[in-house]
Design a protein around this ligand. Sequence first.
Ligand code: ADP
Length: 189
Amino acid sequence: MVNIVLFGPPGAGKGTQSEYLIKKYQLTHISTGDLFRKHLKEGTPLGKLAQQYMDEGKLVPDQVVIDMVDDKIKNDGPVTGYIFDGFPRTVAQAEALDKLLTSKNTPIKCMIALEVSKEELVKRLLNRGITSGRADDQDETKINTRIQVYLDETLPVAKYYEKQGKFNPINGIGEVNSIFNSICSIIDK
Ligand code: ADP
């Protein structure tokens, strides 16, 4: 079983790369952003709670996110591996994920961090906003909040994995395919 954390700021290309990685390595995708959007669409209480935070570009409280992931993993049948996308976003989430996976005897193999400059991120997110319909992609103030939240609350997660010897930074600017190849060479190491 291979578990991978795909890490990076909003707009770094995690969703795009996840799609290719899922196919190549038969991974089960856990994107907390997608899960929240699904709840939102279905009008569940969890979706309504998350919406307030998502609309402002802030993080949903840790325990809410952790319980949702916990629930998803516990209810999944046997899988060949997970790709975590947009999770963990705080050190508390990373610790909770380690606990959960240790109890399943299947640790994180590696964390891959897509690195993209702030200017490029803003450009990509505004561009995505034209077609995604996501309110948080259409407003530059919200985009800036998300990037700031990433720098303040999420970046420390990189150190967490670095201490475990699992941190692998990658240049997230360039051809989608060549970025994909760089990621694969880390996973196959
Ligand atoms: P992005 O494009 O910003 O990476 P996502 O689709 O991953 O977006 O997440 C959208 C929003 O959902 C975030 O801005 C945040 O409000 C919420 N969210 C997603 N994942 C998490 C998480 N692991 N912890 C807290 N909030 C989250």
